[in-house]
Design a protein around this ligand. Structure first.
Ligand code: SOE
Length: 400
């Protein structure tokens, strides 16, 4: 007798660039490797350019297209809106979707300002009372090695947390002729490396340690203040047909962000986010030092977690290189035999798994918009500090 498939979760996605492709892969894949209470269906994808969104729909497996995100929200055959568009659109789309009774998955950072994020979190809190839920896409939490890191900290393997060291290093803007894109326009992206990749480090540090950042001292830098307009950035690395005499426009965001931080509970941290660290491609790194041990992760070596256990016998002490591919490790048991490794896209699939399981049990998925508001407050404090000679800037009540 054929097993009855779980009810459909009909998804409408806004946007179809890099994150749209990663999310589409996750919606297509999650239920084929994990038992889920709902079966995602790629019902419709929206984008302003009809030929572009039609090509994306064919390539990514979406059932229909819209040229306006509002049409997704008006459709009664869509249960969840997945927002994969630039940050300046997140608030309007998420609020409209939640108020129309549709669940929301919104890419990070949640918004381009604390005010927008507060509004989104308030609407999400209200919607949750009616069983309509929202989640923010801090996908690195679902990298198995980072999830293992959190479990080990929670289990007390590091003792009391003393220091956090977080870097997110890329180099796709090292070339001063890399063209202007929406990520370099503050009106669209909210900030540069700080919000684009520094937000991941802030969320991961707070998620892994369970500690909130309470204050920062920061500096931001923009090395290349004008870039060619009109070049099409291929992926994030190469770029299209720009030449030395292509007209140049202003860059209005940071290339690099550095800040020190204090956490509740007494720990201190140092953070770095840059898109001009030549040679570093996607080095999202997190190290946590405690009184009993240390843990260290580098996304460019994402299947491994490095653990120094201070309780080891003295002659056996040293960093252990844990290959995070054992069935006992988070998520990996649903994929391949031990030693076969996972990739960047698996974090997005695990994000869908946890979201769909939460929706299936009528519970709040994490990170919630309230959690993401906490990250937004840290981003704003970093910008405030940097604008005031790196003065110490506190984050009052990291969550509403
Ligand atoms: C670009 O820096 C980017 O695509 C980020 O926007 C993503 O959130 C990160 O996962 C990879 O790098």
């Amino acid at each position: 007798m054929s097993q009855q498939s779980p009810p459909a979760l009909r998804v409408g996605m806004a946007g179809y660039a890099f994150m749209g492709a990663a999310h589409s892969h996750a919606w297509r894949t999650a239920h084929r490797f994990f038992d889920l209470p709902l079966t995602p269906e790629l019902t419709a994808i929206a984008g302003r350019n009809r030929s572009g969104v039609e090509q994306a729909a064919r390539r990514m497996g979406w059932g229909s297209v819209e040229t306006d995100w509002r049409a997704l929200i008006e459709r009664d055959d869509i249960d969840l809106i997945d927002i994969c568009t630039p940050g300046n659109t997140h608030a309007e789309i998420a609020i409209a979707a939640l108020q129309a009774g549709k669940h929301v998955l919104c890419e990070k950072p949640l918004a381009n300002s604390v005010a927008e994020a507060q509004h989104m979190a308030a609407v999400a809190e209200e919607a949750a009372r009616s069983g309509v839920f929202a989640m923010c896409g801090y996908s690195y939490r679902r990298t198995p090695a980072l999830a293992l890191m959190k479990h080990m900290v929670q289990d007390g393997r590091l003792g009391a947390i003393r220091q956090v060291r977080a870097q997110y290093l890329q180099d796709w803007l090292s070339d001063e002729n890399a063209p202007l894109t929406w990520r370099l326009d503050k009106a669209k992206s909210g900030s540069g490396a700080l919000g684009d990749i520094g937000a991941h480090s802030i969320d991961a540090a707070q998620f892994v340690t369970g500690l909130d950042i309470t204050g920062v001292s920061a500096l931001l830098e923009t090395f290349t203040r004008e870039r060619p307009v009109g070049g099409d950035l291929v992926g994030l690395g190469g770029h299209g047909d720009v030449s030395a005499d292509t007209a140049r426009g202003p860059v209005t965001v940071d290339d690099a962000a550095l800040f020190t931080a204090r956490f509740d509970g007494g720990a201190i941290g140092v953070f770095e986010a840059t898109r001009t660290a030549l040679g570093r491609k996607n080095a999202m790194r997190l190290e946590v030092n405690g009184t009993l041990g240390s843990l260290a992760f580098d996304f460019e070596d994402m299947n491994f977690l490095h653990f120094y256990d201070g309780t080891d016998a003295e002659d056996a002490r040293g960093f252990h290189r844990i290959m995070v591919t054992e069935p006992a490790h988070p998520y990996v048991g649903n994929w391949w035999p031990t030693g076969h490794g996972l990739g960047y896209e698996h974090g997005f699939t695990h994000q869908v798994v946890d979201l769909v399981r939460a929706l299936g049990s009528n519970t709040q998925p994490t990170p919630s918009f309230s959690d993401a508001l906490g990250v937004q407050k840290v981003l704003a404090a970093v910008e405030d500090s940097a604008a005031n000679n790196s003065q110490w800037t506190t984050i009052k009540g990291n969550n509403p």
